[in-house]
Design a protein around this ligand. Structure first.
Ligand code: BTX
Length: 330
């Protein structure tokens, strides 16, 4: 039943224009009546399907409602999100995936929530996760890597989100080191990577993605409204959350598999392509000094590389960067 519906959506998606009931019934090896019944179930789940006599069926619009079904149907990945759980409200999806990891759940397990009441940012900061307005999800990864390479996964995830936004819209996303996703200088997404490691080997990683999708301006919390935004505000149109989650999962799988096969080089290239202020001069302050430097790129250990006016290069791990006009401090 489940897999028939999944195949049905895949056939509808692949077809440009209409696909006939007969073709569907032949491909799925079910009766025309069964096809019709499945169509009704899809409509109940929020798919808008047009049925035209002698032409067949076509998906007109995708559901806005998130459910395990709407997320998994049409998700043509091999491992990413094939084990997926959706909740209405949670404290934090991170915490749930940590539990699942300890119970032995597989690589690529995904937890998505409509709302988080205790969403976490880095360094015990809060992450606002209002109901139905964004993507609040955590992914379980079991990479065969030493812990020292974990920052590469965060950098990789940032490129995944940037690529997804570029592909799905005319927006020009940028990645602000280490991992803020900006559109028009404002943060639309953040990544939180938490790792469990033993004996120089990563046991598992919980990679959390928070993305502001459909908030209007008035729905962005006042204290962050100068530096945060949503895809809807910046693009001027509503985004389907299930479709956007699927695009992220699809892009993530492709990029991750390539990273495992070919290493960090491609991630570095992509990251630098989207990198905020890469090639530009900023002011940097550390405990010891404050200086002007040009940002030149990232290093395999996740550091940001900068060159001062005398040509000396330095690797930055946690310096304060004055991002200048429109930017803000991490
Ligand atoms: P971060 O520490 O870079 O960002 C947190 C800071 O960003 C906050 O201190 C606040 O200033 C600002 N902020 C808070 N909420 C938002 C928001 N919705 N949009 C823009 N700026 C905001 C980034 O941490 C990592 C965020 C990961 C969130 C995901 S959601 C799924 C998973 N579950 C969970 O609890 N966390 C992750």
């Amino acid at each position: 039943m489940e897999s028939t519906r999944k195949q049905l959506i895949e056939l509808l998606e692949k077809q440009e224009g209409y696909i006939s009931g007969q073709q569907l019934s032949d491909s799925l090896q079910i009766s025309r009546t069964a096809v019709w019944k499945h169509m009704n179930e899809l409509k109940k789940d929020g798919y808008e399907i047009e049925a035209v006599q002698r032409k067949g069926y076509k998906i007109v619009s995708y559901p806005d409602k998130i459910s395990t079904n709407t997320l998994q149907w049409g998700l043509d990945t091999k491992w990413m999100g094939q084990n997926l759980y959706h909740y209405d409200q949670v404290e934090s999806t991170q915490q749930i995936v940590h539990e699942m990891a300890k119970q032995g759940m597989p690589h690529g397990t995904v937890v998505v929530a409509d709302e988080q009441v205790r969403g976490k940012g880095r360094m015990a900061r809060n992450w606002h996760s209002p109901k139905g307005k964004g993507i609040w999800m955590s992914i379980l990864l079991r990479p065969n890597l030493p812990p020292i390479q974990a920052p590469q996964l965060t950098l990789m995830a940032a490129t995944v989100l940037a690529k997804m936004i570029s592909e799905e819209s005319d927006l020009k996303p940028q990645i602000k080191w280490p991992n803020d996703l900006l559109v028009h200088h404002k943060k639309v997404s953040g990544i939180l990577t938490e790792m469990q490691a033993e004996h120089d080997q990563i046991q598992y990683v919980v990679l959390g993605i928070g993305m502001n999708v459909n908030q209007d301006l008035s729905e962005i919390q006042q204290e962050i409204s100068h530096k945060a935004s949503s895809l809807k505000i910046e693009s001027g149109s509503h985004w389907s959350i299930p479709k956007t989650i699927q695009s992220i999962l699809r892009q993530f799988e492709i990029t991750y598999d390539q990273y495992v096969k070919e290493g960090f080089q491609q991630v570095k290239k992509e990251w630098e392509r989207y990198g905020y202020k890469i090639g530009e001069e900023v002011t940097i302050s550390t405990m010891k000094k404050t200086w002007e430097a040009t940002l030149i790129g990232i290093e395999p250990d996740g550091a940001l590389k900068a060159r001062d006016r005398s040509g000396n290069e330095e690797k930055l791990y946690s310096a304060e960067i004055h991002w200048g006009e429109g930017g803000y401090h991490a």
